[in-house]
Design a protein around this ligand. Sequence first.
Ligand SMILES: Cc1ncc(C[n+]2csc(CCOP(=O)(O)OP(=O)(O)O)c2C)c(N)n1
Length: 323
Amino acid sequence: MIDIKKYDKELLMDMLEKMVLIRRFEEKAAQSYGLRKIGGFLHLYIGEEAVAVGAIQNLNLSKDYVLTTYRDHGHALACGLTPNSLMAELYGKITGCSKGKGGSMHFFDEKKHFYGGNGIVGAHIPIAAGVGLKIKYLKEDGVVLCFFGDGAIHQGSFHETLNMTKIWEIPVIFICENNQYGMGTDFKRVSSIQDFSIMAGSYGMYGEQVNGMNILEVYDTVKKSIEKAKNGIPVLLEAKTYRYKGHSASDPAKYRSKDELEKYKSQDPILILKNEMIKNNLLKEEEFEDIDIKCKKIAKEAADYAEKSDEPDLNELYTDILI
Ligand SMILES: Cc1ncc(C[n+]2csc(CCOP(=O)(O)OP(=O)(O)O)c2C)c(N)n1
């Protein structure tokens, strides 16, 4: 167990609050989706919050970059995109971070160095290497965090990218968020190995498996990995985590047992950090309640903002098109 006393209280409070915000934001989004106020797909990150928050907490987003999959709400919030602009995007409104044209799977913010949100499994992995190559070519000081699911590990683009990243010493940290399931398939049924981090060895990269439910473990491992990546050794991390909800909000997740779900909920990333902080007199139960109330309020206000915002004008169909 990591000694929590070595961290600043401010850092711990910040990470705790970010995880609670993601949880409450997504619960509100799920509610709106149930009321059919949000269309399309909605892939919830509930249960996996420690991975995005713990990893991104290490970044300086004026020079570092983040890319991720369609399960992108947590990463976007951790990068500082506003709950209002994200909820509006879910509602398909013009005030959304992608002008309401991207939806849940395509959050984006150039200024915050959050380059998506990508709906195609594995497609953003080479893009992350491209961003890393830009950093290297321009002799910048940044690093790229590239998040993806266990399903993307089996894509050719993943293997080609790792190979090239090592050859060209591109500063990327690949983070596989192994939430145990692809769309409805246990990853063990489709994966030749169960510890993905060892794949790093095939490409001469550094690899490590980390408990994705423990934010301090994620934080420390990514911090160490950033140093390696900046020194020309790209990194592949596998964060063992679990999604509490179905693949998307409309999936009842009948392919797994209730016992399994309960087992993982007992290792909830928010509870782990909260309990450890309380045990070490770094947090009081009432302080946690205050954080929770604040985050619920922010999520509700974001939904109100999204509801009041306008739909994109029809002319928007012809803008932001790259030919
Ligand atoms: C190239 C491609 N094939 C199939 C799909 C359909 N699809 C969307 S998500 C998904 C499962 C991916 O699972 P995983 O990478 O483990 O991520 P998770 O959803 O569990 O976070 C599939 C097959 C897709 N979007 N893109």
